[in-house]
Design a protein around this ligand. Structure first.
Ligand SMILES: [Zn+2]
Ligand SMILES: [Zn+2]
Length: 436
């Protein structure tokens, strides 16, 4: 029996605005549908109350400017905690898989937090993974992001982590928020090839999605052998979703969940609140519990199918498969090319907060250890208020030289006084030190 754990948290008191598509009804209709179908009475399904995440759980991933607490609401502790509850239930052996139907969502939230973007303030999957690594000794994790939007926050957080495989398929960034997730975003030099993006043309249907799954995602998961598979389960690829232009059906989503066999699914987007979200979620729940989902079919699906560009999919698979196969060699070339430090500039827009951030990320490519990174960030609001910060992030198992160099970098910047706030996030000590 595939016992499935479910965690619900509709977040009654959290919304961007009352009529915003990201609102509590997203989960209330789903919950009604699940109750109506009698799913909660089945012996295969067990419901869990979400536990609260702690500020430590959140700050293991994020650095908020001037502090994280000023950006988050109680709902974020429950939403992240709901994801953690789901993962713990699986790793404690109480259930085989779990699905956290929680909100606010998280996959657009990056490591540095100046505000809210794409409805996300903190990255609930990343917080869950950091918690599981700390408390359950999990090492290799694969995240498959099946939301229609590119999971740019998750990509940012794990860009330099070779133990986290991040695969995102999404509607092509040239046609949809957040405008990223192209095939040349492949991870930092030491994690090259563990970020893999599959931008799909608008109109991609079940056939196209399953082509990518069968020919790319599943074989790569098999090859990577993660300790845990996480599905960032956005349901906004559905053909009726008002925010995007894809053509996936509830049946297509259920078959995806069935094949992926994620240990934990965490709800992300999905804004066809009445027409699709409840059915899609029911299909996923049935599939994850190993139950029959063949009856989860919308009446009008035939007219929505037959639109995938399979020639494009084939080329995309070939291109990304070549990267995956040669990733160790490519990583060596990247390290040789960059030398001691990898540097990238980022422009990050917080669409919900009206903030534009400029960031310089500098990663020490140490031959002895995972190294450290520094982030220099400057954020400006529409009213020209600005705040800046400089942070050093010391990786787990950093060698003494890297630990020293990271702290020196912060001390030097404090003396120069160019930033408003200074932070040291120490993954070894499990601390976030705020210096000013
Ligand atoms: Zn989305
Ligand atoms: Zn080092």
């Amino acid at each position: 029996m595939n016992k499935l754990g479910l965690v619900f948290f509709p977040a009654f008191d959290w919304a961007i605005t009352p009529t915003h598509p990201e609102r509590e009804e997203r989960l209330l209709y789903t919950r009604d549908q699940i109750v109506e179908e009698g799913l909660l009475d089945l012996p295969q399904i067990h419901e869990y109350k979400p536990q609260l995440a702690t500020l430590r759980d959140l700050e293991r991933v994020h650095i908020g400017v001037p502090n994280l607490r000023s950006h988050i609401k109680d709902a974020h502790f429950v939403s992240a905690g709901g994801a953690i509850t789901a993962a713990r239930a699986v790793k404690n052996g109480e259930v085989k898989r779990a699905f956290a139907l929680v909100r606010p969502p998280g996959h657009h939230a990056m490591r540095m937090v100046h505000g809210t973007r794409g409805f996300c303030t903190v990255n609930i999957e990343a917080i869950m993974i950091a918690h599981m690594r700390k408390h359950f000794g999990i090492k290799k994790v694969a995240i498959v992001d099946t939301d229609v939007h590119h999971g740019d926050g998750t990509q940012d957080i794990f860009y330099h982590d070779p133990d986290t495989l991040f695969i995102s398929f999404h509607q092509d960034g040239r046609t949809l928020y957040p405008g990223t997730g192209f095939t040349n975003e492949l991870g930092g030099p030491k994690a090259f090839g563990t970020t893999l993006n599959l931008p799909l043309p608008p109109g991609t249907d079940d056939e196209g999605l399953h082509y990518m799954l069968d020919h790319f995602v599943l074989p790569i998961l098999e090859d990577f052998q993660p300790d845990m598979i996480i599905n960032s389960a956005g349901q906004d690829n559905h053909y009726s979703d008002p925010l995007a232009n894809m053509a996936i059906t509830a049946q297509g989503y259920a078959r995806l969940a069935d094949k992926l066999k994620a240990d934990v699914a965490v709800l992300e987007g999905g804004y066809s609140i009445e027409a699709a979200l409840p059915y899609v979620n029911v299909g996923i729940i049935l599939a994850m519990a190993g139950l029959d989902y063949s009856q989860v079919i919308e009446p009008d699906i035939l007219s929505k199918q037959g639109k995938s560009n399979l020639g494009y999919m084939e080329k995309l698979v070939q291109q990304q498969w070549t990267v995956w196969k040669n990733r160790e060699q490519l990583a060596k070339e990247q390290i040789a090319k960059w030398g001691d430090y990898f540097v990238r500039q980022k422009n990050i827009y917080y669409d919900d907060s009206g903030i534009q951030e400029k960031q310089t990320e500098k990663v020490r490519l140490c031959p002895q250890c995972r190294g450290f990174m520094t982030i220099a960030t400057q954020a400006e609001t529409a009213y020209y208020d600005s705040q800046s910060a400089f942070a050093a992030i010391i990786e787990q198992d950093a060698c003494p030289a890297c630990r020293c160099a990271a702290k020196d970098a912060v001390s030097k910047e404090i003396k120069l006084g160019r930033y408003d706030h200074y932070f040291i996030q120490d993954k070894e000590q499990d601390t976030l030190e705020t210096i000013k």
